[in-house]
Design a protein around this ligand. Structure first.
Ligand code: ZN
Ligand code: MN
Length: 500
């Protein structure tokens, strides 16, 4: 295999204009498969969730899963698509060991949802991504190639096939060509995948976990010389399985194709694989043309004609979508664009919202999640949402602060205790003795001792140098290990020294 010369990214962008296209497969989280009653849970023993239908045994017949169709219509509507009045499934014929029927039931020239769009934001700029189609199909099984160094079939000693995934409802979302993104192309691709994932997650129809394969992106990239009228030949990088990899795959393809073109070569239309370790793509197979699949209408299924009433019902049931939600919380929480972006990027929106729902005010909820708790999540190398503390517990700590029972410093110790598994906030406060001391009797005794120990400072205050009281308040805080109510301590000190 020859190693292609890569062109520096900035140089590539000076010479060429990238055109993108993204095809995304999303597994729906239905209880049963697309055309049979088999269970769909992830991680079951291989080949335990199978039946004659999803194994493609002779004589078995598929039946369409209504919940899956409802799910895809939700996605279509959320993407501003038209839901067609009538369409059919198609048979996509190909032989592959993970496709036991030798064909996949998909949709070809009659997709269920067409002509949508999704707006995404990159560095303050909005890009409208046009959606060509959203269609329904079924997932394939999974091959496991054993014995090679790459996990791919080449060099493997043998392969195993697990059909549990075969027949799981799969929605494919295809963009129209994404043009005029220039050097932002990798970021736009990533922003689109991010927004799409958020959108589908908000609909509750899939867990959209890229690392588990329930959302996979195929990224098409082509280059054309700046000012040219005709698009170049595209490559298709298959099954990219993280948001970061979507960005890197686009960047890598731009650098590779620019190198090929400027060497006088031709980009081959082919599928490619992205490698996380090198950040590069390698050649897969040369791309089949549509005619290679010998599509024809699926004869075992009746056409789909979702009634307008049903579609209207589904539309009315859609939850608040992420873009609208972001606009709302920005207003309600009084955030700047930058603050909003930070909260979204930190994955803190749900946590803050839930903390508010448990009685905290917005500013305090945001403060704790974005500062103290974000810092601890970073230290532990986990996502904010995976910290062992609940929004309810954060709200409880904030309630104790509002009631004057804790100050911020003590609150941080409470968080420390909760995160260390010492129990809820009330248990940590009790076990560690963290209450603010504002009881006059208790404080008074401490202050008397502090005055006795610092007679010279006390004299200055008696003589009218009130500013010196700070030193005594500091001594009181030290003596109470930070638990004194500092304001009340100051009042009592001035009172006792006749300076109030
Ligand atoms: Zn089955
Ligand atoms: Mn597909």
């Amino acid at each position: 295999m020859t190693t292609p010369t890569l062109m520096d990214y900035d140089e590539a962008l000076a010479k060429y204009e990238p055109v993108l296209g993204i095809e995304t497969h999303i597994e729906l989280g239905t209880a049963s498969k697309m055309f049979c009653g088999c269970a769909t849970g992830f991680g079951a023993e291989p080949n335990t969730q199978v039946c004659p239908v999803c194994l493609g045994l002779p004589g078995s017949l598929p039946v369409t899963n209504r919940a899956a169709i409802e799910g895809i219509i939700k996605i279509g509507l959320a993407l501003n698509c038209d839901i067609v009045e009538w369409c059919r499934f198609a048979r996509k014929n190909y032989f592959y060991p993970d496709m036991p029927k030798n064909y996949q039931i998909s949709q070809y020239d009659e997709p269920l949802c067409v002509d949508g769009h999704l707006e995404v934001e990159v560095e303050g700029e909005t890009y409208r991504i046009e959606i060509e189609r959203v269609h329904m199909e079924e997932d394939t099984g999974k091959s496991l190639h054993v014995g090679g160094s790459t996990g791919r079939i080449h060099g493997a000693e043998f392969s195993l096939v697990d059909y549990n995934r075969a027949g799981i409802p799969l929605v494919e979302i295809v963009t129209k060509p994404i043009v005029a993104t220039g050097e932002k192309a990798p970021l736009v691709a990533r922003a689109y995948a991010t927004e799409l994932r958020e959108l589908v997650r908000s609909l509750g129809v899939s867990d959209v976990r890229m690392e588990q394969g329930s959302m996979r992106c195929d990224v098409n990239v082509s280059l054309m010389p700046r000012g040219a009228a005709e698009w170049g030949t595209r490559s298709e990088t298959k099954n990219v399985n993280s948001l970061r990899s979507v960005e890197r795959a686009v960047r890598s393809e731009i650098e590779r194709q620019a190198g090929v073109l400027s060497d006088g070569g031709r980009v081959i239309q082919e599928t490619r694989h992205f490698h996380e370790d090198t950040g590069r793509t390698t050649s897969g197979r040369s791309k089949e043309e549509a005619q290679d699949y010998r599509y024809f209408p699926e004869p075992d299924l009746v056409p789909m004609a979702p009634s307008r009433e049903w579609v209207a019902e589904i539309r009315a049931s859609l939850p608040e979508l992420p873009a609208a939600r972001r606009r709302r919380i920005q207003q309600e929480w009084n955030l700047s664009d930058l603050e909003l972006r930070d909260v979204v990027n930190a994955g803190a929106v749900d946590l803050i919202e839930a903390t508010i729902a448990h009685g905290s005010d917005a500013a305090a909820a945001r403060k704790w999640w974005m500062n103290e708790l974000s810092r601890r999540a970073t230290e532990q190398g986990v996502e904010l949402a995976d910290l062992p503390i609940t929004p309810e517990q954060v709200a409880r700590v904030q309630a104790m602060i509002a009631a004057g029972e804790l100050n911020d410093k003590l609150a941080r110790k409470v968080f420390e205790g909760v995160l260390a598994g010492e129990g809820g906030p009330d248990e940590v406060v009790a076990a560690r003795g963290l209450k603010v001391v504002s009881d006059d009797g208790e404080l008074s005794a401490v202050i008397d001792q502090v005055i006795a120990d610092n007679a010279d400072v006390a004299d200055k205050i008696r003589a009218g140098k009130v500013a010196a009281a700070g030193a005594l308040v500091g001594a009181v805080m030290k003596a109470t290990r930070g638990q004194a109510d500092a304001g009340r301590a100051r009042e009592l000190i001035l009172e006792k020294l006749g300076a109030s």
